[in-house]
Every structure is written in structure tokens, then in C-alpha cells.
Design a protein around this ligand. Sequence first.
Ligand code: SF4
Ligand code: SF4
Length: 309
Amino acid sequence: MAEGAVAGGTGSRGGEPTRGLLLVGVGGQGVVSASNIVASALMLCGHDVKETEVHGMAQRGGIVYSHVRYGPRVASPLLARGSADLLVAFEWAEVLRWLPFLRPGGGVVAAVDRIVPPAACVDRRAWASRYPALDGAPLARWAGERRFVEARRVAEELGNAKAAGSVLLGVASRLMDVPVEAWEEAFRARVPARLLEVNLACFEAGREAAFPAAPPPAPSPAPRPRAAPRIEITAAWCKGCDICVRVCPERCLALDEDEKVVVVAPGSCTGCRLCELLCPDFAIAVRPGEEERPREPGPARAAVGGSRG
Ligand code: SF4
Ligand code: SF4
């Protein structure tokens, strides 16, 4: 056993415990791919493995999670609350959301990358949001081994920010009783050849780095010009359903006499993108204002987001 975080178990069979991992994140972060790699590595070690994932609104930036249970014989893939031995979180808010599923004293590998969902955004231009602070106290009260990982930065430096999940797996591998050869074989089996090298490099970086047991201080947001975003409407695609008009917190939108959406208060728009995200016909798009830097605190979500509660 490496450092013991995944020791113990959640329901024994034949004297050996069944163990459980929970991988969580949001759409586009590669949670399911990472879960498949974990399951493959465990199977290569001779474990019976059951895995299940949920990615309902993942394409809209929603929550993605995967349960993995393994042992001599596993009846069900589902982890009960308080039963996971290791929680691997690809996104900061998700580690807090899923903490109750960890058994007391279990291990946590948490990315400190933040993806602020539009619904938590009060004013995207001014960086105000209801997103939780980078505060390790709740984890310290509940978890045993804790690793806080700037996974996206590490992966970016190694050539592909999308391989951040492999950094997290590298860190997690130190808390699991799985030989490195099994991990590497699982990567070779699961990762496309053109991405294998960078993912293995990220995995190795995760294994070798000494990540802190407390989150790093959050960087102060840079002052940002308050240019109003541009709202682009494709009138031909708008069917006048009124959704965007109703969800806009700033009352920027209205339907005209032809039942097409129009912008009535462009200066009030905060760039929250709720209208864009919820339009069923992709008829509305929100672009950053001219002077505004489009950089976000975490990876930009693929096209849309906002289904996280
Ligand atoms: S949600 Fe889309 S289709 Fe509906 S009114 Fe707004 S722009 Fe038109
Ligand atoms: S117009 Fe769209 S982006 Fe602007 S505040 Fe309203 S919902 Fe948000």
C-alpha cells in the first residue's frame, strides 16, 4: 500500500474489503476517461471492478461523476454516502459538493482549478460570483490524506491543458495500491496514440510532484475593464420562445413584434451567458466586449454550461 488512503473498505467479502473511488468534475474535463483508466489499472491487478458514471448535462457543463468499486468480488458499483475511500475531484466546487461521500479519514485529491458556472456569476465583468473560496478547512475536518493540485497549470506546462486529469491520476496513484506498470498499461489501452505521450508525462508529473496538503492562496483577480459584452442574435434561428428574456437577470432582452429576441438594454449585460446557454436553438451568443480579456479562472467550458446546481 502506497500511503494508505485507499486502505480499509466499504463492505467486506471473503475477508478482503471492497474499496471505492469517486471521481467528480464537470463536463469536458475527462472524468469518464480517467475513470476508465482507473478501472483498467485495477483490473490489471486482478480486481473485480464495477464502474458507473453519470454525465446527464455534461455537454452543458454539468456535473460528471463516476463511482468505481473494486475488490475480490464486487456486487454493485454504487458508493453510498460516507463510503468512498478516495475522492478525486477535477474542479474545486465539486470536491466540496461530494465530500459527504468520502468516508471519514479517506483520501482526497483535489484540483484547485475553478470553473465558475454561469448561474453562480453575479457579474462576470467584475469577477463577482457566489463560487466557494479556496478554503481547505472543510476537507481538513473530514478527510485524511489531502492533496491540492494545480492540475491544469501542470498539464498546460507539459503541453496540453486537457490532460489535467492525468496529473490528478498521478497524484491519486500514490494513494493506491496499484503498481505503476499497471497504470501505464491502462493509459496505453485507453488513451489515443497521439495523446499518449503527453498524458503519460502528466501522470508522471502527478506522481513525482509534492503537492501541498492545503490549497494554495487564490490569485487576486486582475483588474478588468468593464466593457459591455456583445450579444449576437441570429434572428432566423429564434423561434420566440421567450426563455432568454425570462432568464436574463438584468432584463436586457425582449421579444419584438415579430416574436424575435432583441437587446433592449445592452449596457446592463454582465456577460453571464445564461441566455446563450439556455437558448434551445443556439440563436443567441454572448461575446466579450472589445477591451475585455476573455480569460476565465479555469478552462473555458465547451460551448455552454450552467446546469450545475
Ligand atoms: S431562447 Fe433562443 S429561441 Fe428563445 S427567444 Fe431567446 S433567442 Fe429566441
Ligand atoms: S443578456 Fe444574456 S449575458 Fe447579458 S445579462 Fe442577460 S442573460 Fe446574461
